[in-house]
Design a protein around this ligand. Structure first.
Ligand SMILES: *[C@@H]1O[C@H](CO)[C@@H](O)[C@H](O)[C@H]1NC(C)=O
Ligand SMILES: *[C@@H]1O[C@H](CO)[C@@H](O)[C@H](O)[C@H]1NC(C)=O
Ligand SMILES: *[C@@H]1O[C@H](CO)[C@@H](O)[C@H](O)[C@H]1NC(C)=O
Ligand SMILES: *[C@@H]1O[C@H](CO)[C@@H](O)[C@H](O)[C@H]1NC(C)=O
Length: 419
């Protein structure tokens, strides 16, 4: 009996060991594929949340899979590799919620050679001047689900961004004390490459990249879909709006009173469950990021059931169309031929870096610069690198932009990939 038990035990532990061995082997294989792929980078990182968004994106037909490595599986997620309009992209569906969003974003930034992240999908609409089917490209996001939840007579933390008194929503009003008390909205703690290591700053707004937001303004007025199908259309033409505030929490907001509280208190026009996590992760790592969300429902202000099941596909399609528009506007940083031509002859360049145009202009005003006749400039990651000769030496000049601190890592990266 004892011997049989022993045999069973050994067999089970052998099984467990071989399962974990398979897992670690496939993880190693994935890492090695990603390493190969990254040598051919950089890629624009694309992140959606759930299947309807993914389906809308692939149905546009704009994505062409890589012939050799159409996808890599890692940590249970599938990273799809390919091109859109000739630009290299890597795409992943992260799954619902902020944990999934942050984990997938961090993994993508760590492993692939990434220019920046375009996060897209659908969201609830909190702003009565916006409509279902519209696309929002917010300036910044707040995480409205990091709470201090205290007793009715509890002391609120003065550092909180706002308070919600649950008893204020009693019906009839003022009828007794609501034991659920009050909620204080805490700020996030941001760790970032642009500040002292191991030191977090308290932050309420997570801002997308100014440069990419600016680039997206050229999409305003673009044509968006109005009809779900031949019999169901929106009353008005949807619009794309850049620069609003958005909110994120691990809560599917489907409640009119809470919707009003969010809009009035924080001036946020949309509610989703991932964006601020993606933006915060990109800020931490110093990468450009933009968020493009189609409005699928009224977050509980509908007269009947939430309309996400009716309009979700249309909202997802409009977000995907805006993403394609945005990708087409990103300057052609991935034209390796330019890099090769500039560096092929073993030329060495001195890199001259200024912060903003007045400085660059003053510098150029000294008048000793001769543009490279074949390649006077290279566009890379949304920046213009000018290739010149100064006193017989080859130089490359560029402005890092005012948000240089957050993007310094990215600059280093692009500089090395250019060299
Ligand atoms: C809160 O304080 C008031 C008076 O300050 C008191 O009457 C009430 O019982 C307290 N409520 C709770 C739930 O502690
Ligand atoms: C976004 O929030 C900021 C800070 O609360 C506010 O000043 C600004 O007006 C808001 N933006 C919009 C478009 O409402
Ligand atoms: C609501 O959306 C409109 C655009 O349709 C915008 O002009 C307005 O600033 C938004 N309100 C807030 C408080 O963000
Ligand atoms: C159009 O979509 C709506 C909502 O999903 C559905 O109820 C309706 O049957 C559809 N009509 C057609 C013609 O497909």
């Amino acid at each position: 009996m004892a011997a049989r038990c022993f045999v069973v035990l050994v067999f089970v532990s052998f099984l467990v060991m071989s399962v974990s061995a398979i897992a670690s082997n496939s993880r190693r294989d994935s890492f090695s594929t990603i390493k190969q792929l990254s040598r051919e980078g950089p890629y624009i990182g694309l992140i959606t949340v759930f299947s309807p968004e993914e389906e809308a994106f692939f149905r546009t037909g704009a994505f062409t899979p890589d012939v050799k490595h159409p996808f890599v599986d890692l940590s249970g997620r599938r990273y799809r590799v390919g091109k859109i309009y000739g630009k290299k992209v890597v795409y992943v569906r992260c799954g619902v919620g902020m944990t999934n969003a942050a984990a997938a974003t961090q993994q993508m930034l760590d492993l692939f050679d990434i220019t920046g992240i375009v996060h897209f999908g659908i969201s609830g609409n909190l702003n009565d001047s916006m409509s279902i089917g519209d696309v929002t490209i917010p300036k910044q996001f707040s995480h409205t689900g990091l709470w201090n939840w205290v007793n009715p007579n509890g002391t609120m933390d003065p550092a909180d961004a706002a308070y919600l008194e649950v008893g204020s929503y009693n019906v009839p009003e003022g009828d007794g004390v609501n034991l659920l008390g009050r909620i204080g909205y805490r700020t996030e703690e941001l760790f970032s490459v642009s500040i002292e290591p191991n030191t977090a700053v308290s932050l309420w707004w997570m801002e997308v990249s100014q440069q990419w937001l600016q680039l997206s303004r050229s999409l305003e007025g673009m044509e968006l879909e109005r009809c779900v199908n031949s019999s169901l259309c929106l009353p008005e033409k949807p619009k794309l709006v850049v620069g609003l505030n958005g909110s994120t929490s691990n809560i599917f907001v489907d409640n009119a009173a809470y919707r009003d509280f969010l809009f009035q208190t924080f001036e946020v026009s949309s509610s989703d469950m991932e964006s601020s996590a993606v933006v915060m992760t990109c800020m931490s790592n110093g990468f450009p990021v933009i968020v493009i969300r189609g409005l699928s429902d009224l977050a509980g202000a509908e007269s009947g059931d939430n309309v996400i099941h009716t309009f979700g596909s249309l909202a997802a399609l409009n977000a995907a169309k805006a993403v394609l528009g945005f990708i087409s506007k990103i300057p052609g940083y991935n034209s390796p031929s330019q890099h090769y031509m500039l560096t092929a002859k073993g030329l060495i360049y001195i890199g001259l870096l200024t912060v903003f145009p007045p400085e660059e202009n003053a510098f150029l005003g000294t008048g000793d610069f001769k543009p490279n006749p074949g390649h006077p400039f290279v566009d890379l990651s949304g920046r213009l690198f000018r290739v010149r000769m100064v006193k017989g030496k080859n130089v490359i000049t560029w402005d890092v932009g005012l948000e240089w601190s957050v993007q310094l890592q990215q600059d280093n990266k692009c500089w090395t990939c250019l060299i």
